[in-house]
Design a protein around this ligand. Structure first.
Ligand code: SF4
Length: 374
């Protein structure tokens, strides 16, 4: 039986950092929209921890047409549009990304809408020329994962031909460093149960390469058991162990590296996951609409479909479930609603998820997405 979540009083919004307050309010704004697209679910890597089955290939023409129609309908009413690209490896379909991004850019320019673009990529194809083409379309944010220094990384983050990927990824990073392109690359360092020494060595190397270049930043992320059949290559880390390991690394690492903890092991910042936001959708390559980019096989993660005419048909019940963090203001609900588990999502019973957002956030002045006073 599901328990009713206690609603947190509205004034508790003030307990979050100004950035988190803005994220929460922006998530409620009808004038902001975040669209995550998977242009292909194929990948040129075979990371040991990967949970994807690569069964769905490139986005079909009917889905591309639906995405463009959706953008054409929504953009005139927006202030902000965020386009995010996910895979598989999205840059295997770089021209498709650039085609949709260019279409969005044109509409955003016409209607005075702020466009930001972000690509989650394995970094293998991100050379200077491609980064420049994305940057020209306001796509300047990239997230690239590393698993440790070369020996460890090459053991777990394999290319499809089973060779290591460290030199390929870091070669592209160094080439980008040597340009004057404006971008922000977040290097996501995976923390497992057995890569602490390797991460120390990697941090020293990254410091040597990127020290003083504010276009590069570092974030940590736990390497859990994500359901991969090849998980013997690494030791998954528990939540407590992860927090301890990150604290150690943060104390030891050079101050000049702007490191932060992407899931808030130190409790200082709360990142609102796109899955928690009612104004964010993830469209998979086959046109299914989801919230979470990890739980790809879960039925409760499939809210509906994007049709070729740009209409989105989704389950409001599931949308309410995924956006529960906006009612509870529980940092864990906001950062990863998936943690609530299958029973919660499949339950038909009343809970905080069934309450309208307006019962916690009165509409006046709160859903306009403006930055609140600190
Ligand atoms: S790069 Fe990403 S999608 Fe490709 S195998 Fe690795 S984890 Fe999976």
């Amino acid at each position: 039986m599901s328990t009713v979540q206690p609603l947190r009083p509205l004034h508790e919004l003030r307990s979050f950092s100004p950035e988190t307050q803005f994220e929460i309010l922006d998530a409620l704004s009808r004038r902001s929209f975040e669209l995550t697209l998977s242009p292909t679910e194929h990948c040129n890597f075979r990371c040991s921890y990967c949970y994807e089955d690569f069964a769905i290939g490139r986005m079909r023409p009917a889905v591309i047409a639906g995405v463009k129609k959706l953008l054409a309908r929504k953009i005139p009413g927006l202030r902000r549009l965020r386009l995010s690209w996910f895979g598989g490896e999205p840059l295997l379909a770089a021209n498709l990304c650039l085609d949709i991004a260019g279409y969005a850019m044109q509409l955003c320019t016409t209607h005075g809408v702020q466009l930001t673009g972000a690509v989650t990529t394995n970094g293998s194809l991100l050379d200077r020329a491609l980064a420049g083409r994305f940057a020209a379309l306001n796509h300047t944010q990239f997230q690239i994962s590393l698993d440790g220094d070369q020996p460890y990384h090459d053991r777990v983050r394999l290319r499809a031909d089973r060779s290591g990927s460290f030199n390929l990824i870091t070669g592209n990073l160094l080439a980008l460093r040597d340009t004057d392109l404006q971008f922000k690359i977040t290097l996501r360092l995976h923390v497992s149960g057995d890569n602490q020494d390797s991460l120390r060595s990697l941090l020293r190397r990254l410091h040597g390469w990127f020290h003083g270049d504010r276009r590069f930043e570092i974030g940590f992320h736990p390497l859990n058991d994500l359901g991969s059949p090849n998980k013997d290559a690494y030791v998954p880390v528990s939540h407590e162990d992860y927090a301890r390991r990150v604290r150690e690394l943060q104390q030891e690492m050079p101050r000049e590296l702007a490191a932060h903890d992407m899931i808030c092991a130190n409790g200082e910042s709360v990142h609102v996951c796109y899955a928690s936001k009612p104004n964010a959708l993830f469209v998979r390559a086959d046109g299914r609409v989801a919230k979470c980019t990890v739980a790809l096989d879960e039925r409760f993660n499939h809210l509906g479909r994007l049709n070729a005419d740009g209409e989105v048909e989704i389950s409001e019940r599931l949308m309410h479930k995924w956006t529960v963090g906006l009612r509870t203001l529980d940092p864990i609900d906001l950062m990863c609603p998936l943690h609530k588990g299958r029973e919660y999502f499949e339950s038909q019973q009343d809970s905080a998820a069934a309450m309208p957002v307006e019962s916690v956030f009165p509409p006046t002045g709160l859903a306009d997405g403006d930055r609140p006073d600190a």
